[in-house]
Design a protein around this ligand. Structure first.
Ligand code: ADP
Length: 560
């Protein structure tokens, strides 16, 4: 009974021990309790899974075969199922005959086997067999427990390893994250993240410094950041914020934020994008606020400047158009009035001069047509439509202008001398426009001589061939001339030195000549006065469609 209690207590002794310790204790206990010659075990170590063979012999035995020899000797008798093993075998072991008893470990000896040997021929008796079985069962329990513990340990070790590895990974990731956060704090724009419910959960140092808000304050509610938004922008800012958060799409909004440093409101571009996990679930919004005040201001200036430029252009064009029309229509109008007056006088005389009246009425009609023609052509010029081109005899065009202005020159005591070249080729162009240029040059010449009293006020108009394929017309006066610094400005629109002047004649003239693919320039004379000349090609060709010449500043070369 004592032996039984000892055997039953074995697992308690083993708990925590390793399998070989379990087996040693067991074999020792069996040899002692059952007064065995030997006890041996063969099994697969449940922990290391290596084959194990152990033998314990009684203290009085001097020599015993090895466990291996014992099991080899028994192997033929102990094949197969443990149930069918013989209860005991009588064999010579060493120098004496012994009873050998095999006991399977596990139902079918799947864990291994214990083999014991005793000298007595009646071994094992019933109680001994019972004890053997109990010992084997205890061994099985102990071994299974050892296996379980070893497995548990292996799982625990694996768990430990994984925890260590994950911890190391987390530490590395955390360090990386810290670095990213540090970088985020340093970037020169305000950066922030917003939770899906609209509450800011991170703002970088840039934001805190710019706005003077604290992180706690910003995180305390979804709209706390709005305390730095310009009052006029708040409603709009709030609308686009909540639309972007609500839709999950993020937002882009330009809003003025107050800079804590000086209280100035400055425009910011705010952009937030949604950050989702692998399944598309919204995690948060990530965004930046960039100070675009300087950019905005330069845009504003540009709008710049563009509006002013457009206005100036419009005024210039309108002014030129109006002035040209007034200038050109005035002349046929005075003709009409003069002719109409003459006509009335002729009809009132006694007897009425009907033939003369008819002639002056015809001239009235001619001048009326001319005025209307001038307006049509000028409108064509300014609306960029191509003008009517026709072959023109420049001499004839010049003579006509001189005749028209004859009375005007006469009253200004100006003598017009003509040196018109023979056999000049025809030029292709717009007759009225070219006459407008000639008239303008003659009038300017006449004006320049209005204060000249020490010499004859003489205007020379000259035409000649210019190279093979161009014709040149020049008007020379003996007037006051111009200062050399004014030379660059003569052709600028609205440049005038006259009290009644408009300053558009030369700029319009230049644009007309350039439309004829020609050039207009001014040269001071050797003596007093100036010579203005233009040169145009005689080859037929359309007038150019644009009139960019208007308003262009001439170069010094142009002005001579
Ligand atoms: P406006 O005759 O209305 O002043 P123009 O464009 O025809 O406009 O002429 C611009 C300016 O050029 C004149 O005011 C004058 O100062 C100068 N100018 C033009 N022709 C002559 C000339 N023949 N001699 C001296 N100065 C001239």
């Amino acid at each position: 009974m004592n032996d039984l209690v000892s055997l039953l207590a074995l697992p308690a002794i083993w708990s925590g021990g390793n399998p070989s310790q379990v087996l040693h204790t067991l074999l020792d206990a069996m040899v002692r309790m059952l007064r065995l010659e030997l006890a041996s075990v063969r099994l697969i170590d449940p922990v290391s899974e290596a084959p194990v063979e152990l033998v314990r012999t009684a203290e009085w035995r001097e020599s015993m075969p090895s466990a291996h020899e014992i099991f080899e000797a028994l192997s033929l008798s102990l094949e197969g199922d443990g149930h069918k093993w013989p209860q005991a075998l009588r064999k010579i072991l060493g120098d004496r005959e012994v009873s050998i008893v095999p006991v399977p470990l596990g139902l079918n000896a799947e864990l291994g086997m214990i083999v014991v040997a005793a000298e007595r021929a009646d071994f094992p008796r019933q109680t001994e067999a019972l004890l053997l079985n109990i010992a084997a069962n205890q061994a099985v329990i102990g071994l299974q427990e050892a296996r379980l513990r070893s497995r548990q340990k292996r799982v625990a070790d694996e768990l430990d390893r994984k925890v260590r590895q994950r911890t190391a990974e987390l530490v590395a990731a955390n360090a990386e994250l810290q670095l990213q956060v540090a970088q985020l704090q340093q970037i020169p724009v305000a950066a922030w993240t917003i939770l899906p419910d609209g509450t800011p959960d991170f703002v970088n140092q840039n934001w805190l410094e710019y706005t003077g808000q604290s992180l706690d304050y910003v995180q305390s509610g979804p709209e706390t950041w709005m305390s730095v938004v310009h009052p006029e922008d708040r409603e709009r800012a709030s609308r686009s914020y909540w639309e972007g958060i609500g839709s999950g799409r993020g937002f882009t909004a330009e809003v003025r934020f107050r800079r804590a440093r000086d209280g100035a409101y400055r425009w910011h571009l705010n952009r937030a994008v949604a950050l989702c996990d692998a399944d598309g679930k919204l995690l948060k919004f990530v965004g930046t606020s960039t100070d675009i005040e300087d950019l905005k201001q330069s845009q504003e200036e540009l709008r710049i400047t563009q509006a002013n430029l457009a206005h100036v252009n419009r005024v210039t064009t309108m002014g030129e158009l109006t002035a040209s029309i007034a200038h050109e229509v005035n002349q046929p109008l005075s003709g009409i009035i003069t002719n109409a007056g003459t006509c009335l006088r002729m009809l009132a005389s006694d007897p009425p001069n009907v033939e003369g009246a008819r002639e002056t009425a015809r001239r009235t009609i001619r001048d009326g047509n001319r005025a209307s023609e001038v307006i049509t052509r000028l409108r064509a010029l300014f609306s960029k439509k191509s003008a009517a081109t026709q072959p023109i005899d420049l001499n004839e065009a010049a003579r006509e202008v001189i005749a028209l202005s004859f009375s005007e020159f006469q009253s200004g005591r100006v003598v017009v001398r003509q040196e018109l070249g023979d056999d000049l080729p025809l030029v292709n162009g717009d007759r009225v426009q070219l006459q407008q240029v000639i008239l303008n040059l003659l009038r300017n010449g006449s004006d320049a001589m209005s204060t000249v009293d020490d010499r004859a006020r003489e205007l020379l108009i000259r035409t000649e061939l210019d190279g093979d394929d161009r014709v040149r017309l020049s008007v020379t006066d003996v007037g006051v001339g111009f200062e050399s610094q004014a030379a660059g400005r003569l052709f600028e629109p609205f440049y005038t030195t006259k009290n009644e002047g408009m300053g558009v004649g030369l700029s319009v003239s230049r644009s007309i000549i350039e439309r004829h693919r020609g050039r207009l320039w001014a040269m001071p004379n050797q003596g007093p006065g100036v010579t203005f000349s233009f040169s145009i090609p005689c080859k037929p060709g359309d007038l150019t469609g644009d009139h960019n010449g208007i308003g262009r500043t001439p170069s010094m070369t142009d002005a001579g």
